[in-house]
Design a protein around this ligand. Structure first.
Ligand SMILES: [Zn+2]
Length: 132
């Protein structure tokens, strides 16, 4: 092995190490952040649930005028299991469990999203209403 190769080798190892430590720290930092499910009806927040602290299963209805969406929450995940909307897209979406994911029920104007504490502040406040 030439001297130049050795230096390159050391650099590569160092970069790999830093990258893996970075990824680890990043994951660790995010693990500590609670996942908050935010349920919006017609652009207004009607319910927030800390999914990270949830134990067992909870089921409830979000009523929007004459319409409803039945939502089930479990530890770190949330799903719409029933709704009276015509397309049932929200039910087909299934479970979501990561910050940044969302379930949208356009006919009922219900949006369920998961926000980590970090992503919460980054979410643009004008995201609601703009799509209606
Ligand atoms: Zn729906």
């Amino acid at each position: 092995m030439k001297k130049g190769d050795k230096i390159l080798f050391v650099i590569v190892i160092a970069v790999l190490l830093i990258a893996s430590i970075g990824t680890y720290a990043y994951k660790l930092a995010f693990k500590d952040k609670d996942k908050i499910a935010v349920i919006k009806e017609n652009g207004k927040v009607v319910k927030t649930i800390n999914l990270s602290k949830l134990k067992g299963t909870e089921k409830f209805d979000i009523k929007s005028g004459d319409h409803f969406n039945t939502i089930v929450v479990e530890n770190n995940k949330i799903s719409i299991i029933d709704a009276d909307c015509p397309d049932k897209v929200c039910i087909k979406t299934g479970w979501i469990s990561d910050a940044g994911q969302s379930i949208v029920c356009l006919p009922n104007k219900v949006i369920v999203s998961i926000e980590g504490e970090k992503t919460m502040s980054k979410t643009p406040s004008d995201i609601d209403g703009a799509s209606y």
